[in-house]
Design a protein. Structure first.
Length: 282
């Protein structure tokens, strides 16, 4: 269930900040449907539960569009103004923007607890066993995918991801910009095992609450969220700093052509968000 909640969070935040296209509104209003389909990988709901889920997701979408999207729009306006001024971008600005995006995700998780708890309280023993099996299977898949990677494969994946993300907004990178990425990935520290261990422990704790189905489950889930907010690992902090610094350096090296593409991409996204904020929820 919490995997479902995280998918819900990521779908909202990633969509509104990473997809600038004429179909943003189309996909935004169908996020509940996409999330419902994703949940099928973890548990089979009966008709009553599916109806309860559909209603809860539609209510949350309306809340998000009305209460949260204006803050997304304000942040994007600040980012556009900063970049369009063509003054050198500094790491502190990027950290502040990153913190705001993380706060958006936390708000979604907290707001979700009421309907997550209500749905969890209806879970049967068979459904709980299905969720447990799906979580264990996913954990084993992640271990197989990440734990045994060589350092070379780890850095190549990071290099490709950062290059692709930057190119989406800037277009083709110059050799000097690619050099910044190449230098950065050499400073990355492996933390696959730390992340996998924390992930397993987190899901074990959340699943234990669901299986117990105690009174006042919503409050207990909220307490669990707060208690599980650990300080980021030293490896994560290092890697975040390294990659953010590389991104800042690449952006500060952007050509006029790259700047024009960047502004066009961000402005289109900004216009999409403004439309979503102003339009009625269907």
């Amino acid at each position: 269930m919490m995997r479902f909640l995280r998918l819900f969070t990521l779908a909202f935040v990633a969509l509104v900040f990473l997809s600038a296209c004429s179909r943003t509104s189309f996909f935004y209003h169908r996020i509940p449907t996409f999330i419902s389909w994703s949940l099928d990988d973890y548990v089979t709901l009966d008709r009553a539960q599916q109806g309860q889920l559909d209603q809860a997701l539609n209510v949350m979408l309306e809340w998000h569009q009305t209460e949260e999207l204006p803050a997304y729009l304000a942040l994007l306006d600040e980012i556009i103004d900063n970049l369009n001024a063509r003054t050198p971008l500094v790491l502190e600005d990027v950290y502040r923007w990153q913190s705001q995006v993380e706060d958006f995700g936390k708000s979604l998780q907290v707001h979700s607890m009421s309907w997550v708890a209500a749905l969890a309280l209806t879970a049967t023993d068979k459904q709980l066993a299905e969720i447990r099996a799906a979580l264990d299977k996913k954990q084993l898949e992640l271990i197989g995918k990440y734990a045994d990677r060589s350092d070379e494969a780890y850095r190549k994946a990071a290099r490709d991801n950062l290059n692709d993300n930057l190119a989406d907004y800037l277009g083709r990178l110059t050799s000097e910009q690619k050099d910044q990425v190449d230098l950065a990935v050499q400073e990355l520290q492996r933390y696959d095992s730390v992340w996998l261990e924390r992930r397993a422990a987190w899901f074990d704790g959340f699943y234990a609450l669901m299986a117990e189905q105690p009174p006042h489950l919503e409050g207990k889930l909220l307490d669990f969220l707060l208690r599980s907010e650990r300080a980021p690992s030293a490896e994560y902090l290092n890697n975040n700093r390294v990659l953010m610094t590389a991104a800042v350096n690449v952006l500060n090296m952007r050509s006029d052509k790259q700047h024009a593409k960047l502004m066009s991409k961000l402005t289109n996204l900004r216009d999409d968000l403004a439309t979503l904020v102003s339009e009625p929820n269907p």
